[in-house]
Design a protein around this ligand. Structure first.
Ligand code: G3H
Ligand code: 13P
Ligand code: ZN
Ligand code: NA
Length: 306
């Protein structure tokens, strides 16, 4: 069933779990996430990104497919558009029928971020759509550009930002990174930053982007099957789990699903080089994606059974 995102946050906040948000871009990834949610009896947020918008032939049609698929599961499903770099892109997402949209003005000045976020909020709220905004900067890849600059979210600014914009949830920077970074150890997730933001915004839903943990075993698995993926680090799964205690209601995690899918596909292609029916390896990839999402729900977000 399809539900509003703010409804998902109310329950998550009350019962101290996180709703996982997973980007999908085709029928297999869409079904993998929904089947995982159904099996785990977990609420979930399906997302499309600007990348997915470029990937699928018809973005509006894909949103319709997501909605039809979401109707067939018994658990609550939110439908969100991830990172929109402009107000225009966010408004197009609203027009396409999503239940929530993220406007990412984190690269702008505070004033400009407020101005464009407000514009999106006015447009979206008039149409019953929730808005996620972002303040602070995460390192890592966004739209194929690597940003090294990290800037943790300032708690006072976060409060002012939420009051000025009327956004429904806020993505914050407290240690996670998009796609991970080159490092020897996992990155610390700064609970004290989250705690200070929560103190300024009690009960307000916070979002963690870049919440995939890039576990070594997933990267090694891909590489054992002939891949050459560089080892990258991010915040650990246990630290993401703990962030629910500090107001985090939504966590975006994609890279781990991508690794799981790629490892499984590579394995079939390596072990069964005589196979050329794409369904043989795509099925394995999809099942690995689903397993990974089930792992996140049961072990990382704590959303299973909610
Ligand atoms: O932050 C993550 C991005 O929304 C993922 O976008 O589908 O273009 O890789 P992508
Ligand atoms: P990861 O790069 O950790 O998968 O994060 C995804 C994300 O933040 C999507 O918006
Ligand atoms: Zn993100
Ligand atoms: Na990440």
């Amino acid at each position: 069933m399809i539900v509003q995102l703010d409804q998902l946050y109310v329950d998550a906040m009350k019962r101290r779990y996180i709703v996982g948000a997973f980007n999908v871009f085709n029928y297999d990834s869409l079904c993998a996430v929904l089947e995982a949610a159904e099996e785990e009896q977990s609420p979930v947020i399906l997302q499309v990104s600007m990348g997915a918008r470029k990937y699928v032939p018809d973005f509006r049609q894909f949103i319709e497919v997501m909605k039809i698929a979401a109707l067939s599961v018994s658990v609550p499903v939110g439908i969100n558009h991830d990172h929109c770099p402009t107000a225009e892109a966010a408004m197009q997402a609203v027009d396409a029928g999503v239940g929530g949209v993220m406007f990412d003005g984190s690269h702008l000045s505070f004033e400009e971020n407020v101005r464009f976020t407000r514009e999106v909020v006015e447009y979206a709220h008039a149409r019953g759509v929730c808005v996620e905004a972002e303040l602070g900067r995460l390192p890592g890849f966004e739209d194929e550009i690597f940003a090294e600059h990290v800037e943790f979210t300032n708690p006072d600014a976060a409060k002012r930002f939420v009051v000025l914009t009327g956004c429904d949830s806020l993505a914050v920077s407290a240690g996670t990174s998009h796609g991970g970074v080159k490092a020897a150890e996992n990155l610390p997730l700064h609970m004290e930053v989250l705690e200070r933001i929560q103190a300024e915004l009690p009960g307000f839903p916070l979002v963690l982007h870049g919440a995939a943990s890039l576990p070594l075993h997933l990267i090694e698995y891909v590489n054992e099957q002939g891949g050459r993926v560089e080892v990258m680090k991010n915040c650990s799964e246990s630290s993401i789990r703990r962030s629910a205690e500090y107001g985090v209601c939504k966590a975006n995690m994609d890279v781990d699903n991508f690794l799981a899918f790629t490892g499984a596909v590579r394995r079939v292609l390596r072990e069964q080089p005589d196979k050329y029916d794409p369904r043989v390896y795509l099925k394995q990839g999809k099942d690995a994606w689903k397993e990974e999402v089930m792992w996140k729900m049961s072990q990382v977000t704590g959303s299973s059974g909610h």
